[in-house]
Design a protein around this ligand. Sequence first.
Ligand code: ACM
Length: 550
Amino acid sequence: MNCRSLLSLIFLTFFLSTSLQAFQTPYPLEVIPKPVSYTAGEGSFELSGQSVIYLSEESKEMHFLGEYVADLIHSATWMKHSVQKLSSAEQDTNARIVLDLDSDIEIDHPEGYLLEVTPKEVRISAPTTTGLFYGVQTLRQLFPPAIEHKLPSLASNNIDWSIPVIRIKDYPRFEYRGMHLDVARHFFPVEFVKKYIELLAMHKMNRFHWHLTEDQGWRIEIKKYPKLTKVGAWRDSTLIGHYGSDRYDNVPYGGYYTREEIKEVVKYAAERHITIIPEIELPGHSSAALAAYPQFGCFEKEYHVQSTWGVFEDIYCPKEETFNFLEDVLTEVMELFPSEYIHIGGDEAPKVQWEESEVAQKIMQREGLKDEHELQSYFVQRIEQFLNQHGRQIIGWDEILEGGLAPRATVMSWRGEKGGIEAAKMGHDVIMTPWDSNYFDHYQADPETEPLAIGGFTTLKDVYFYDPIPDELTDEEARYVLGSQGNVWTEYIHSGDKVEYMAYPRATALAEVLWTPVENKNWLEFQTRLQSHFKRLDILGVNYAEHYKR
Ligand code: ACM
């Protein structure tokens, strides 16, 4: 080989190795959801007791972020980092962490971020504090799982807290990345709800759908109607075992969130860039409200806060007094929840009582409605108009398509994807929560070996392979699919531990569906990343299901 070809070979080898470095993934990035792209380099950043966290600008949100990082590090390592404004950092020689709010960075996405680790510095840059928050969540997962300790463990001295040099560019695939929790069939205290929210934040989810009212309990304090919680939050007894068992525990059960508690949870979520979408069910699933205020039903009869599960015939009567009541309730709900979306339910509302009610039939005649489905549509549209007048938008379960969709409603498709497809084709926004893949109250393994669940069968793999964009939609129509959500209905989930067992790790798979580009997803590799993620969840005290633990 002559000198020139030797030189070309050396050059080619050098070129290939450097350019390959940009595409290879030599460093096993154990982050869930998997980022869009990254390149690893040489060396590492060493966390030290003298490191400082710098903020590019002062604001309440930036300060919260700085303290969030400082707390994370301090509680696991004892290393105390001060949080300072960036301008004082120029001469700083120690390793530092910089949170840089920068509208000019090369990320064209409001939730995106750039995370650059060099031996000298960790720098997270983003056009918004939301992007910075997600960069912080990735940084958190670049540290060993032991970073999750809330008190330094005895072993913390021996842990290598360094992070390899890396450059990560990241942004989400979908704008709506949600998890739901039914706190009505069973009630979960504020501390648990906060833990649930913090876990969503760690997985870069941004919506918490809080299902607050049901046949079996009303869980939100409403000042104007105190009986909603005095009466409606309590049931006499609860079904034991599976639906149809006909065995009851005869133990009074209930609970509710005060306004102050709700404000506290809303604030906690907002600090973690999560919007809480409250759900106030109407016109069905309203036994508990009617037990408290029977005058808003169609019949003079006794209503009960239900002790068993299923669908009940009790339904709000579509008369003016009822609309006044619901508008009062929603006014207080809007005071507590800044979310643009208010979920108004709309599912599983049997029409028998409307068929038998003179009042309901007269209203149908007055409004020229041809059947009770159109009456439900009238009901939902009245509520939509009211909420729109206050700058809010409704989300409803896919039954709100029946009898005519309210003009600006977003549809949450749960009975499969059919409702979502229909709504998207009509130009309505859609959130996909099809029961096959997104109902985390389903069994996740052989029911013979699992704790009691409602039924169904949805494995971690089913969730991982779910894609919220149905083949039936054109690219144009697909733009109406805002994202997706996992639902945790709690008929058979009586404790926070069991919520976690049902939700995790399935929620981690959904997080990746919602964040990561399809071409980056890899089921086998996800399971590998999950192993170190399990260690993280162990330290966080999350009672996840262990079927995929190796
Ligand atoms: C639902 O699962 N009933 C929305």
